[in-house]
Ligand binder design. Structure first.
Ligand code: ARG
Length: 328
């Protein structure tokens, strides 16, 4: 299929960034939006939703998949199930680090059957799936960053699940309280720019920033040092993130300031445009085109924004990251 113009124009050329290392290819699991719709309301976006334009949703989703593949990433698909209109939001299905799969237990009854559908996919692919005992919505609320896992709570994933996650992965799991119902999942308010780690202690991403828009080398906090510490494992400080502070309780804001002093701080407008529901491979950031302020900030830091418009999915409260499960 052909790519929309905005995707084509955003594909970086080696001419504009000749000295950047290629980002490590990522493996993403996605679910085609064949049955996608807004049929119930479990977040404020869904309450306000105009009818979904299904043909447009399908084109937008295909453009995201093409963008991932154009940038060298592997995309695998799980079969969509009729009657599960939110199943397209693959991020909620699990957290996978080092090949260990921590499955989901959805809070809303309407989404609960998705857990089994995704677990079947993982089991068929040869993984064991841990089923959580308390509500837990996968990468929607669990975000690996450096040597720790950032874990949202307040709307969906429970504090009890955070403890279970820490025990399962043996990685420090840092609870963050979400307070604004528009940002009900952590991945609507925060994303990792670089420094994602695998369980064997190696960095899965190259570091980000290295050039300005004019191709000049810069010395921003995100291009040095490398994400791999002498011991082989990045610390939280070696990962970097972007987030919207207003989505968090004051204590959680302090935690983020402390762990990520060089974070990119997004405005409410950019967050409401789903700009923080982005996927970064350490260099390219697949991002909602209406998050213009954030796109400017990322460009300034040397990242390469790749705009992909998923406006039909915003009606259900989801964006790029929500549609993407990373298999680490
Ligand atoms: N309608 C879905 C829900 O409310 C959207 C899920 C978005 N996913 C995400 N990872 N934030 O559960």
């Amino acid at each position: 299929m052909s790519l929309p113009a905005d995707v084509l124009t955003s594909v970086p050329t080696t001419a504009s960034a000749p000295h950047l290392p290629a980002p490590a290819p990522r493996r993403y699991l996605v679910c085609e939006p064949r049955h996608f719709d807004v049929q119930y309301a479990i977040n404020p976006w869904m309450r306000a939703a105009a009818p979904v334009d299904k043909a447009l949703a399908s084109r937008q989703w295909e453009a995201l998949i093409s963008a991932y593949r154009e940038h060298g990433h592997t995309v695998e698909t799980v079969a969509p199930v009729a009657g599960l209109p939110d199943m397209v939001f693959a991020a909620n299905a699990a957290l996978v680090v080092g090949g260990r799969v921590f499955g989901s237990s959805f809070r809303a009854v309407q989404r609960q059957p998705e857990a089994g559908a995704y677990a079947t996919w993982f089991e068929t692919a040869g993984y064991d799936v841990h089923r959580p005992e308390s509500p837990c919505e996968g990468e929607g609320d669990l975000v690996p960053a450096g040597r720790c896992i950032l874990a949202g709570t307040g709307f969906r994933t429970s504090r009890e699940a955070h403890a279970e996650v820490q025990e399962f992965f043996g990685l420090p799991t840092i609870g963050l309280r979400l307070v604004d119902p528009y940002f009900y999942h952590l991945d609507t308010a925060l994303f990792v720019l670089d420094g994602t780690v695998t369980m064997d202690g190696t960095a899965a991403a190259t570091t980000g920033a290295a050039t300005t828009a004019t191709g000049e080398a810069t010395a921003t906090a995100t291009d040095t040092p490398t994400v791999t510490a002498p011991g082989g494992t990045p610390t939280p400080g070696e990962a970097n993130i972007a987030y919207y502070p207003g989505a968090f309780s004051s204590g959680s804001r302090e935690v983020l300031r402390h762990l990520f002093p060089d974070a990119v701080i997004a405005t409410r407008d950019d967050a409401m445009a789903f700009g923080l529901n982005s996927v970064s491979d350490g260099r390219h950031v697949f991002i909602a085109p209406r998050a213009t302020g954030l796109i400017d900030q990322l460009t300034h830091r040397g990242y390469v924004p790749v705009p992909v418009d998923l406006s039909e999915f915003h009606k259900a409260g989801g964006g790029i990251k929500c549609c993407t499960q990373e298999i680490r």
